[in-house]
Design a protein around this ligand. Sequence first.
Ligand SMILES: [Zn+2]
Length: 325
Amino acid sequence: MLKKFLRCFSRLNQRAERLFFLLEQLRDERAEFILSRSLDRKARGEASPFVLLRCDVHAVGPKELICFGRELAKRSLPAAFLFLAPDHPANLGRLSPQEQLTAMRELEGMGHETGVHLDPHYLISGQECSLEDILREMLSVFSANGIKPVTGSIHGNSRYKGLDENGFGTAFDFFAELGRQPDFPKLSNVHPELAESIRRNRISLESLNFDTWIDQPLWTRKNGFMVTNYISDNGLAKSGTLSVTLQPDSMKHLKLADHQPPGALTCTAARELVPLKGGGMLEPPFTGTRNLDFFSAGLDGLVKVLPSVPLLFLLHPQHYVEGAP
Ligand SMILES: [Zn+2]
């Protein structure tokens, strides 16, 4: 048993130790770690603080990925693991389609959720069929292998950004529920060729049986957009920092909204502010976005107060494995 543990941990790096320490601190300060299927419960009836852990899976080997998932599960830290289409180039040479399917099953078996990490511009580039056909095929392969992805997010592909005329990405506009351009189907701020592709390929998450989508902001079929505070490790390899966004409206409330403007992490107009029971940060150390050094005391201080707010925490497992940049 000890041998097995050591073998697993030897696949992870020093950052992993620090990450598990921070997450355990959050948990010990009484943060409730939830899965996406509990999001609606948090908006209605039982509105209280939570942490939703989301892991976007890129360029990581199957053994390291399983090890990372097991270390989270062992600490009672459930997460949503989101996967690219099985032959996406970001996983080439690291995670084969068959290894991906096996990993998804194993992670579900540990109590984690699985979901899709979609790259719509890449998926439809050079394809003769529609985005809906591609996704239905992807979901049927998962289902044939006993896997049920329940949620998803959009992959920010720097080669296929599909920017609008104001420089904002358009990947969300392929989805009826998430679309950010307010004038669909006209799409006057989008290049005509791209606008035509979005109109032709636009699909509905509901028709694909998704009840939630866990980008920032979160979305659920029942409650629309749910704005939370947000931590991302996107810049960890380059700058050694976590990006932390604290939103004034989401300190003592869960902010619900119907629309999200292009390019924003948040929604400007709230439909409703649902008061949080048993939480609410009285004095946030800052509002807006700051990059905090991953090993800094400032981050230690922050995790002591974060359990009192709703929080989406985005992780990329490849940052925490041996040989990571
Ligand atoms: Zn991604």
